[in-house]
Design a protein around this ligand. Structure first.
Ligand code: ADP
Ligand code: MG
Length: 729
């Protein structure tokens, strides 16, 4: 019966580590060998072209048309020298993957043969026939033109035999249809706003850059087991499966020794990363069995995000080489930790100063406090929006579940920063000056460097934590494009800093000193944004009640959480920052609701199929074996004795039939609920219907299937169980 299950378990269990071809050289020799970085540009481009390109990149200017041909020619030569045969514009549409359409370099040579050519026109802009990318109605099919245009700030690279050119993707009418366009806009907005504020402290500052260091969590499952689980294959998560008796209770997986098969995979992955210029640095076991993490050294946000998107496709490919399947889903297994993607985020000036890092001087620390407090105010004001920016059908399973931040955004500051904020809030400027004069506390601020940098009282329950020199946005989901969170965060902070600057300038004009003006505005922000500050246990029930009292966004329904994008204050903020127009926001929300519906729809179909065609038949067969046994017992033994012997079986038979009845009823109910929901044309209403009427049926069905798993003969159970999926080495 369950021969397949035992066969795949056997296969997985006996698999050995795959060999890794380790380059003979050290990483510094092959790092970035597949990237058209400055060193390659210098080597392959004429000096004038090189200068023009580098200057365009550094000054965020468009590449002059007249040099594009020369850049294309050099890039092509480099690509061909490195085995490339095709090129593609590589972009990030509103799906969860990247899009690429490959063209070879060949053109007719006029003599019956071909030459390999690549022009500036093809490099800089293309018009992909891309009518079936999600666009929320922005592009009608009769006007299905979209343009991809080269983002020169992110270097081209070779993947396999293809030259990949990172591009933005916009509609014929200029609306963004991707993640990169609004991200670049948000980064410009924060650069401008933060530079203006940073100039209070150092007039020489010309730019402020946003940095991102993501930590990618993932699960690995042996490919044989994966192939025996239709739910994993089609939805990326297990829709059923009783908890394993042992899972993460013993805390023996986190930072544990990495199994040899996994270590071989990781090494292979890191080598591939390094060749592609992704600075992979940290690897370790995560909390749940078979869960791991990879983190690179942080980079500028746009590049870091491209690298994360690239990593997500790379990791899948390398995993296959090692007979694994990687699960990037936020909650592949119920009852154990889900996977996130902490977004470590900071701002830094072009003078090399990290703005969330306490400094050595009073001026540095005033700057530090200024920026930290403005971030807190922005996160407070837009807490509902930030939650919407990380929310998805898949991340909804993780937020609020095991060892994951709740679906409420709050900020953890740690006691050191907390004390500083309290001191500023509760002292007058004269008192603060007094403190400073006594050279005792010096605003309580100059002491920070030594202490904060050692601060390790990390609060793992916080969705947004200050961690010494950066903020860690932890609510981001493992399968998400980080850009979504980074767009909302950088744009919100840009708006806040701009307003702050306006208020401080007004005070300066009225004759206040800079220190006085800053302190007054900082104090006001500390008071105003108090409700967002929470250092306690985010997993507790009390916090949910408390957050409600504080007026934080506590909505848990995914389709309703998306509404935050269309609230007047969000529309205004995105418009001010030049990130999204209202039309773009509306279109994107259409896509979000549609995606939500489709994901649930697919899961519901798979679950219905598994329940009716896999589970019920097996349970029926087992039940009939038991019935057979009861009949035989009763015919062999005298009445009373027969009853007694058959009693236990009868209880099981009844239990099984109870579960089967509920499953059948709920599947029917779920199908009906889908039928009703599918008739709704409004995407938001449809998503709400799926959330309110389909999802609850799925939960009930799962509960009863998991109970059946405990009753039915192990030999007969058709799907690999949690204990088999999670502990195979
Ligand atoms: P954790 O202890 O939180 O798990 P990791 O070492 O796994 O830390 O990852 C921390 C990530 O934060 C790395 O990608 C690191 O490069 C990044 N990071 C460190 N400092 C900054 C910073 N100032 N801005 C952005 N990212 C940073
Ligand atoms: Mg980590």
């Amino acid at each position: 019966m369950s021969q397949l299950r035992f066969k795949v378990v056997d296969e997985a269990f006996n698999r050995k580590a795959d060999p890794v071809s380790i380059p003979a050289e050290r990483p510094e020799k092959y790092y970035g060998c597949q990237v058209f970085n400055r060193q390659k540009m210098f080597e392959y481009l004429p000096a004038k072209t090189y200068d023009a390109l580098v200057s365009a990149i550094d000054n965020k200017q468009p590449l002059p048309r007249e040099v594009a041909d020369s850049v294309a020619e050099g890039m092509k030569r480099w690509a061909i020298d490195n085995g490339a045969r095709h090129y593609t514009h590589w972009f990030q549409p509103l799906t969860e993957t990247t899009a690429e359409k490959h063209d070879s370099f060949i053109e007719h040579d006029g003599k019956g043969g071909v030459v390999e050519k690549f022009t500036g026109k093809l490099l800089v802009q293309q018009e992909p026939d891309a009518s079936s990318f999600p666009n929320g109605g922005i592009r009608n099919t009769f006007e299905a033109r979209g343009y991809s245009a080269w983002d020169i700030s992110s270097p081209a690279f070779i993947l396999g035999n293809t030259l990949c050119i990172p591009t933005i993707f916009i509609s014929y009418t200029g609306e963004s249809l991707d993640y990169k366009t609004p991200l670049l806009r948000a980064l410009n907005a924060v650069d401008e706003a933060a530079t203006a504020v940073a100039q209070y402290f150092d007039p020489e500052v010309k730019h402020v850059r946003s940095y991102l260091g993501w930590e990618q969590e993932y699960f690995l499952v042996d490919e044989a087991l994966y192939s025996a689980r239709p739910d994993l294959m089609l939805t990326g998560r297990t829709l059923m499966g009783h908890e394993s008796a042992k899972n993460q209770q013993l805390e023996d997986h986190y930072f544990g020794a990495i199994p040899s098969r996994v270590e071989a995979f990781m090494l292979d992955l890191e080598i591939e990363c390094h060749k592609l210029g992704i600075p992979a640095k940290t690897r370790h076991n995560e909390v749940a069995p078979n869960q791991f993490e990879l983190a690179p050294v942080f980079e500028e946000t746009n590049l870091a995000n491209d690298h994360n998107v690239l990593l997500m496709s790379l990791i899948a490919e390398v995993a296959r080489r090692h007979h694994f399947r990687v699960l990037l889903h936020e909650k592949p297994f119920a009852g154990i930790n889900g996977s996130g993607k902490h977004n470590n985020w900071s701002l830094g000036t072009d003078k090399g100063v990290l703005l969330f890092s306490p400094g050595k001087t009073k001026r540095d620390n005033m700057q530090f406090i200024t920026f930290v407090v403005n971030v807190m105010a922005a996160v407070y004001r837009h807490n509902g929006l930030l939650k919407a920016s990380i929310m998805s059908a898949t991340n909804a399973h993780r937020l609020g579940a095991n060892e994951a931040p709740p679906a409420i955004i709050s900020i953890f500051t740690g006691s050191m920063l907390s004390d500083i904020l309290d001191t500023i809030e509760n002292s007058t400027n004269d008192q603060l000056a007094d403190l400073a004069n006594k050279e005792r506390l010096d605003l309580n601020v100059s002491q920070i460097p030594e202490i904060t940098l050692d601060t390790t009282d990390r609060n793992r329950t916080s969705p947004f934590a200050f961690t010494g020199n950066r903020f860690e946005f932890r609510a981001v989901g493992s399968s998400a494009n980080c850009a979504s969170a980074m767009i909302a965060l950088n744009a919100a902070v840009a708006q806040q800093l701009k307003q702050f600057k306006g208020k401080v300038d007004a005070r300066l004009e009225a004759g206040e000193t800079l220190t006085h003006a800053l302190l007054e505005e900082i104090r006001a922000l500390i008071k105003e944004s108090k409700p967002i500050h929470f250092d306690g246990n985010g997993y507790s029930e009390e916090w949910k009640a408390e957050a409600q009292r504080r007026g934080l966004d506590c909505e848990t329904s995914v389709p309703l959480i998306f509404d935050a994008y269309l609230r007047p204050e969000s529309v205004e903020m995105f418009k001010e920052a030049g990130v999204f127009s209202k039309v773009e926001l509306e279109a994107r929300n259409e896509v979000k609701w549609e995606m939500y519906t489709k994901k649930i729809q697919i899961e519901a179909r798979v679950l219905g199929d598994l329940a009716i065609n896999h589970i019920i038949p097996v349970a029926t067969r087992y039940q009939s074996i038991l019935l057979d046994n009861v009949t035989k017992v009763k015919s062999l033994f005298p009445a009373e004795k027969g009853e007694k012997i058959a009693a236990a079986d009868l209880v099981t038979i009844e239990k099984i039939s109870d579960h089967m009845r509920v499953i059948k009823d709920e599947v029917a109910k779920m199908v009906d609920a889908r039928r009703v929901a599918n008739k709704i044309t409004d995407e938001r209403e449809k998503a709400i219907a799926y959330h309110d009427t389909v999802v609850p049926c799925m939960d009930v069905i799962r509960y009863h299937i998991d109970k059946l798993e405990l009753s039915v003969d192990n030999e007969m159970w058709p799907l690999p169980k949690y204990r088999e999926l999670l502990f195979i080495r």
